[in-house]
Each structure stands twice: as structure tokens, then as C-alpha cells.
Design a binder for this molecule. Sequence first.
Ligand SMILES: *Cc1c(COP(=O)(O)O)cnc(C)c1O
Length: 471
Amino acid sequence: MKYVSTRGGMKPARFRDLLLEGLAPDGGLAMPEHYPQIDRATLAAWRALDYRSLAFEIFSLFIDDITAVDLRALVDRTYTARTYGSDEITPLVTLAPDLHLLQLSNGPTLAFKDIAMQFLGNLFEHVLAESGHALNILGATSGDTGSAAEHAMRGKRGIRVFMLSPLGAMSPFQTAQMFSLMDANIHNIAIRGVFDDCQDIVKAVSGDLAFKARYRIGTVNSINWARLVAQVVFYFKGWFAATTSDDQQVSFCVPSGNFGNICAGHVARCMGLPIRRLILATNENNVLDEFFRTGVYRPRKGAETRQTSSPSMDISKASNFERYVYDLVGGDGARVRALWREIDARGAFDLAASGEFARVPATGFVSGHSTHADRLRTIRDVFEASGRIVDTHTADGIKVARDYAEPGVPVVCLETALPAKFEATIVEALGRVPERPLGFANIESLPKRFEVMDADTEAVKRFIAERCNGI
Ligand SMILES: *Cc1c(COP(=O)(O)O)cnc(C)c1O
């Protein structure tokens, strides 16, 4: 399998070449040259597989430069009952007839990002051990990516993590999960700004190719292709759990921000998984919903990004969206380049009048958004009907999933976090504190270690350089 850039300017690369990179050299994102096709016979055979075996099969289609023995060992080390609470890894529960919840948040940081990040941690360690190189991971987080990355990379040899987060914007629980880590290889940097400022700094540092090479800067942001592949697995797993025969259609509803999770669903669908609809849910930061309703993609400025009670979706520039647009325009890198130049010049592009936008329905995408009031109502409804407490992001998904309910078509809502991470809103909705998994009882009171900085790329570079004597 070879990979090319969404902007057409990268010579075909292999999986390992992308592994430690962020953007492609031409500013685009890596995409497979083609999507492997899963026929019905293969799908039928996969139904019997457990999570690890399924992950191994899917990874093998995208990764051909790690030996099968090593890949299998990495998978077996990553997807364990010890890390995820059960051998199912992502169990499915039914909330109502034809409405299911795929539990993706039973890993160490209680959000779906663990599923990909734990794999990445083991993968990086493996690849670095082989090459003898070190790696400095620079990332931006609105909460869940950072803690998932840090918990996946803590204590790993040859790896340092520099994680930028918007000062004061994460929930106390999320903040504690990151800032309480005392591992010497973990560096938390709280930026006076919003998530997009953090993401811009990461892009600027990665865009300084000399600095990037000298300090061996890598990224674990959601544009990382390995993360996307790891997320493809749970769409297959969820589809098997929600069906009994191999031609049944299922819709997936995905609380979305950076478009990473739902992009994995798009990949699964392109591989031939019978997904009817990919229902994209946003919160009040509805830049993606706007695109799917109108054809206009207008990323917002940091100052226009609202802080909401589903903060991991407070994103107004969806990095992975470019991958979808690349497919929508038929893999035309020059066209993607032109569209993104239009964003730089005019702040937006508009596909409404183009034949390209008319292709959206064929990709299965529909969208909707949810507000704080919707979130509270949904959390209450779900609790009253099923006794289950869902987190605020998952509630955004369930709200939009209900708007798109179709008789006879099961909808699988992705549970992207556990409610314990967003306690304040749960208390507002239900007047009660959600149960915390074992080991999380008092994490807010743990000592914290972090640096506060302005949204200043040069200052961040200095901070990294000072901590990297030697490399
Ligand atoms: C990251 C995250 C999302 C958004 O996922 P994307 O891949 O960025 O679209 C939604 N919910 C939670 C809880 C998250 O952590």
C-alpha cells in the first residue's frame, strides 16, 4: 500500500514514512492510493473474529512494511481486557429499538481516542527501537487527545511529549488527567488562547522543516494516518455487533470536531462496509454541519470558536476534512490545493453550485447540530429511558441520530467519552454526579505540573529546544 498527499505533491510513500510525520511536504494529508475492498465473503468470515484478530486483518491491508509477526504482537499488546475492561474492547449496548451505543471509552483516559493512541504508543516504541532514533511529539489538544497521547506515551523510551492545550478550557477532570502526570518525558504547555491557536502553533512548528528535522518533531494529532486506521476497526466491530446478516445496512452517528473519527467511518464505508448513513453531529461550533447543509466550508477564527459543554468538539477548522474533500473531488490534488488556497485568500470555499457537492449524498453523509439545551434534554431522556448516563459529546450524537432515525435501520451512536469527564454538565442535567471508574476518585486534587505560555510559536520552539539537549 502506497500513500499520496491530498494536494498531489508527495511522491508515493509507505506507511512507516508517514508514521512520524504530520502534514505531507506539500501541506496536504496522506491518503492511501486506493481503498482496499472487502467483499461479502470476507465480511462474512470476519464476523467471527474477536477485536484483536479483526484489527490485525484491517491493519494488514494498510500496513505492509511491518512484519505480520510484529504487527500481530503490537495488536495483542494494545487491545487487552486489562486496558479496555473487557475482551470485546468496544462493547455495544442497546438504548432503544434500533438505537445502539458503541462504547469506545473504556480505555485509560475514558475517551475514544485511547483506542488509536494506545496503538500508536506501541507502534512508535517499536519503530523507534528498530531505528535507534528518538522522537519529540508535539501536539495540540482540546482535552481528550492530549490525555490519550500522554497516557499512551508516558515512560516510553526515546519519546518526549510536548502537549499544547487552551488555558482554562478543559474540564477539571481532563486537566487533572494531563497535568498530574509527573513522568519526565511529558511536558504540558497551557496556551493563552483557544484550541485552534494551539493547532496553528503545531502547524507552524511542523512547517519549519529545519527545526522539525533537527529536533525530530512528530505528531499524534488526528491527522496522523495510523490513528485513522486504528479507528476504522471499531466501525467494523460495531457493524458486526448491530447486525446478524452480511447485507444489513447500519447508520453510524459520530460526535465530530476534527473530522478524524467520522473520516475513519468514511474509509470503512469506502472499503465496502454496508454503512447506510454517516450522521455527523456537531455542537454549537457547527462549521461541518454548515458544509453538509450548504456546501460552504468556512473555518472560523479562534475568536469565533465558542466554549461549550462538549468541549472536545469546540473546533472550527476540521483538519481531517480535507481527506473527505479529496475523495469528493475524485482524488484531484490540484483541485484540493485550489480550494484550500481559496480558504487562505477568502476565508471559505463554496461547493454548492458544483457537481462535487451533488455527490455528498452518495457518500452517505448527513449532518446536524446540538445545543447546550439539547444536550441536557438528551442526557435526561436517555437516563430516564435506559438508566444510562451518557457524556455531553455522546449526547450531541444521540440528539442528531434521533433527528435522522429511519424505521428498520439500526443507528449506532459512538460513545466518545464517559460522563465522569464532564461531571458539571451531568449534574446540571440530572442533579447527580456520574459514577467514576475505579482509580479516578480524587484526581482533581493531585499535584499538577504545567507551563503557561502565550500563543507564540517561537516561544514554544525555545521551550522544546531547551529540553532537547542532544537531539
Ligand atoms: C475528539 C473527540 C471528539 C471529536 O472527534 P474528531 O475525531 O475530532 O471529530 C468527540 N468527542 C470526544 C469526547 C472527543 O474526545
